[in-house]
Write a protein that binds this ligand. Structure first.
Ligand SMILES: Cc1cc2nc3c(=O)[nH]c(=O)nc-3n(C[C@H](O)[C@H](O)[C@H](O)COP(=O)(O)OP(=O)(O)OC[C@H]3O[C@@H](n4cnc5c(N)ncnc54)[C@H](O)[C@@H]3O)c2cc1C
Length: 278
């Protein structure tokens, strides 16, 4: 249908980004192609050491999924998106396709080994998440392509993460957010992935913050060094959610807290991650 209707056609998934844009007259597509009528597009499966999420899987389904809890970052993220109404309608595929700089999924999934499965008239293709989102509200999808599913490798033993967002209230986008994934060997951090959300045009991988932890024993000093490096990596703009300096400060605090939760989870503790509300 996208091929037949041409560039004026737009896919409708949960409508939680698209409908507000239509109401504000920021989007004015000639046709809506409703994915809600297509069977078997909402699922959570485990296969070959990876979790697969159908593009139409709602945030709330991921929040409730025992399989998704295998990767704590996924549960943390799904459970904190907006409010129950939005989580019941919004989808993981729609969220990645929207590429909103404040959206939670891209920021959480970029710390994991994530592949986006796409389908178009020329067949199926797989795109690593970091190459899928090109800029704010911009992906590498062609106008006649869609996301069919999202594949996330289950991290190895000793690896655990945390996703934390700071919000003014539940039904709004975060002011700042962070995802941290640590692979620990005893006290030593073998590998680290740290992503920062809402402080750039896309989720930012904080390479220097990761380097501050990699190969090191994690203690107050190394964690503080990583948080400071994350503050420098953040590139926020001032808006109604706060000044640029305020968002940098928040980023450093969130990174510190997420590292501490990820460390404890990697050590086997079961900790419920909770977002922070002003
Ligand atoms: C009040 C409110 C608060 C919100 N707060 C947050 C928040 O805190 N964090 C957060 O992450 N999100 C938040 N959202 C957005 C929500 O998570 C959306 O669900 C998500 O951004 C888009 O998913 P959707 O399924 O609703 O997509 P839709 O709105 O239906 O579509 C969004 C875009 O993606 C395209 N699209 C959809 N599915 C596909 C597909 N399978 N393949 C290719 N293109 C596709 C559509 O054409 C459209 O351009 C909020 C929304 C609202 C209304």
């Amino acid at each position: 249908m996208l091929g037949q209707l041409g560039e004026g056609a737009k896919l409708l998934a949960g409508g939680q980004s698209l409908i507000p844009l239509l109401k504000l007259r920021f989007a004015n597509p000639a046709h809506l192609v409703d994915l809600n009528f297509i069977a078997d597009t909402s699922f959570i499966k485990e296969n070959d050491g990876a979790l697969r999420f159908g593009a139409m899987t709602r945030h709330a389904e991921i929040e409730r999924s025992a399989l998704a809890r295998k990767i704590p970052v996924l549960h943390d993220c799904a459970a904190g998106i907006a409010d129950v109404q939005v989580r019941n309608r919004g989808t993981i595929g729609g969220s990645l396709a929207e590429a909103d700089p404040s959206g939670d999924w891209a920021n959480a999934l970029i710390t994991l080994d994530t592949t986006v499965h796409c389908l178009g008239p020329n067949g199926a293709r797989k795109v690593v998440l970091k190459d899928f989102i090109l800029d704010a509200y911009t992906t590498g999808l062609a106008h006649d392509e869609l996301v069919t599913d999202v594949e996330v490798k289950v991290p190895p033993k000793g690896s655990a993460g945390a996703y934390l967002a700071f919000k003014r209230a539940a039904p709004v986008y975060p002011t700042a957010s962070t995802a941290v994934q640590l692979t620990m060997e005893g006290e030593i951090c073998k590998d680290a992935a740290i992503a920062l959300g809402c402080v750039g045009l896309t989720a930012i991988r904080a390479g220097e913050a990761e380097a501050a932890l990699r190969g090191k024993s994690l203690n107050d000093a190394t964690i503080a060094a990583a948080a400071e490096a994350a503050r420098s990596a953040a590139d926020p703009h001032a808006d109604m959610r706060g000044s640029a300096d305020y968002k940098r400060e928040l980023t450093a605090a969130l990174v510190k807290r997420a590292i501490q939760i990820a460390m404890r989870r990697a050590g086997g503790e079961k900790i419920e991650g909770t977002h922070l509300y002003a």
